[in-house]
Design a protein around this ligand. Structure first.
Ligand SMILES: Nc1nc2c(ncn2[C@@H]2O[C@H](COP(=O)(O)OP(=O)(O)OP(=O)(O)O)[C@@H](O)[C@H]2O)c(=O)[nH]1
Ligand SMILES: *[C@@H]1O[C@H](CO)[C@@H](O)[C@H](O)[C@H]1NC(C)=O
Ligand SMILES: [Mg+2]
Length: 388
């Protein structure tokens, strides 16, 4: 670089800045007398929309990288947002994370924990990290928590998978789906990082949150001693859980001490426990207490289920497993229906059933498109039983 160039380059840059600022001041003056030059120059690099166009009275979305402007928000419950995802689901994951951040978490800044049986890619980590307002962790699941255990007779399991596939059962032939269901039933809350938390909000890539959440559901859970929160209830496919209920009955016969005197048996059985009516809380949405899963009742229950091998010989889902446990060992008073939280996991949507809640939450769901009162939902039983 010659001395002449050294001199002329800053001069050119200086001239350009002066020219640009003059134009900016002239053009912006009429629209935005408040715009100050320092603000402008620090934000408009790259030719973006000037800050004066941004509505500063709107949502105060904090920038996690901007240490000086961290709003004075304290974590109020011992809780985390939780997503199990594959690297290939990144596009769905970012949409869901952004939505929940914008509608809820930017005000509370709870951490996010992402779990995967493989290492998350740099792309996944980067694209998610720019969206989150609090701490974010990308964790690999220990192999021994994820894969089919040696106690399972693979020849038998394989034969059952083949039959289920022939019967047209959804995910009937899939081992990875079974790994996932078993993991969500009995292992995620044992992950070393999750030992630091009591409550979690399970979030799935591709889920849609339809309403502003203007309250803290974790604090609600904590103050009201709840162990399980849901938005949608459905019926399970009977073919996937053929021996689950008899196993549950065997367990409760051996361990009556774990069954709550206030059990929600009338939600899961129409004949006082003789048979399972297939009703469950749809577990792709859960706000729940991991200490309940870690406690003596659920620990004994999960070990019992595991000893029967039904996660692999059948296709037991985490939804009926969690739901039956919450209903029997938690009980009606400790389960909560979050009507305010508009939630969609295709093909079903829960839209708040009162137009007042719908309006307050600025919901994007159609009030008329609410699964609660259609034939796929078990919600009427919950309403009858809990008085909701
Ligand atoms: N890391 C990882 N995550 C998985 C795997 N299988 C499923 N998941 C996650 O587990 C959750 C449930 O899996 P889905 O495939 O959505 O199952 P589903 O909700 O029953 O079925 P869909 O109706 O197809 O969504 C999602 O968060 C997935 O990202 C897997 O093999 N590895
Ligand atoms: C949060 O909860 C977990 C699980 O109960 C507990 O081990 C941990 O000490 C708690 N942390 C705080 C800060 O209370
Ligand atoms: Mg799903």
């Amino acid at each position: 670089m010659t001395p002449a160039m050294r001199l002329s380059r800053p001069l050119t840059i200086y001239a350009t800045i002066v020219l640009c600022l003059s134009i900016a001041l002239l053009t912006l003056h009429t629209y935005s007398p408040m715009a100050s030059i320092p603000t402008l120059s620090s934000h408009t690099g790259g030719g973006g929309i000037p800050p004066s166009y941004y509505n500063n009275d709107g949502l105060d979305v904090p920038d996690a990288n901007d240490e000086e402007h961290v709003p004075d928000v304290v974590l109020r419950a011992n809780a985390t947002l939780l997503m199990l995802a594959r690297n290939s689901e990144i596009n769905a994951a970012v949409l869901t994370v952004k939505e929940l951040e914008d509608q809820f978490n930017h005000k509370y800044r709870y951490p996010w924990v992402f779990l995967n049986e493989q290492f998350f890619t740099e792309e996944f980590k980067q694209r998610v990290s720019i969206l989150t307002s609090g701490p974010v962790y990308f964790e690999k699941i220990p192999d021994e928590h994820w894969y089919q255990p040696n106690s399972i007779n693979e020849a038998v399991a394989e034969e059952e998978r083949r039959k289920m596939e022939d019967d047209g059962v959804i995910y009937g032939g899939s081992v990875s789906y079974r790994n996932m269901c078993r993991y969500n039933s009995g292992f995620f809350y044992r992950h070393p990082l999750l030992q630091n938390f009591k409550y979690y909000w399970r979030v799935e890539p591709g889920a849609t949150f339809h309403c502003d959440v203007n309250f803290d559901p974790f604090v609600f859970m904590q103050e009201n001693n709840k162990v399980y929160g849901f938005t949608i209830t459905l019926y399970e496919f009977p073919r996937t859980i053929e021996s689950l209920w008899s196993t549950v009955r065997d367990f409760t016969t051996e361990h009556p001490e774990f069954v709550s005197p206030n059990s929600a048996m009338d939600f899961i059985s129409d004949d006082e426990g003789e048979s399972y009516n297939l009703c469950h809380f749809w577990s792709n949405f859960e706000i729940a207490d991991m200490d309940f899963w870690r406690g003596p009742a659920y620990t004994a229950f999960f070990d019992y289920l595991e000893s029967r091998g039904g996660f692999y010989y059948e296709r037991w889902g985490d939804a009926p497993v969690h739901s039956i446990a919450a209903a029997l060992f938690g009980g009606t008073d400790r389960i909560h229906f979050f009507n305010e939280i508009g939630y969609e996991h295709p093909p079903f949507t829960h839209c708040p059933s009162s137009s007042e809640l719908w309006r307050l939450g600025r919901c994007t769901c159609d009030l008329a498109n609410n699964v609660d009162y259609n034939e796929h939902s078990c919600f009427w039983r919950w309403g009858r039983m809990s008085g909701q």
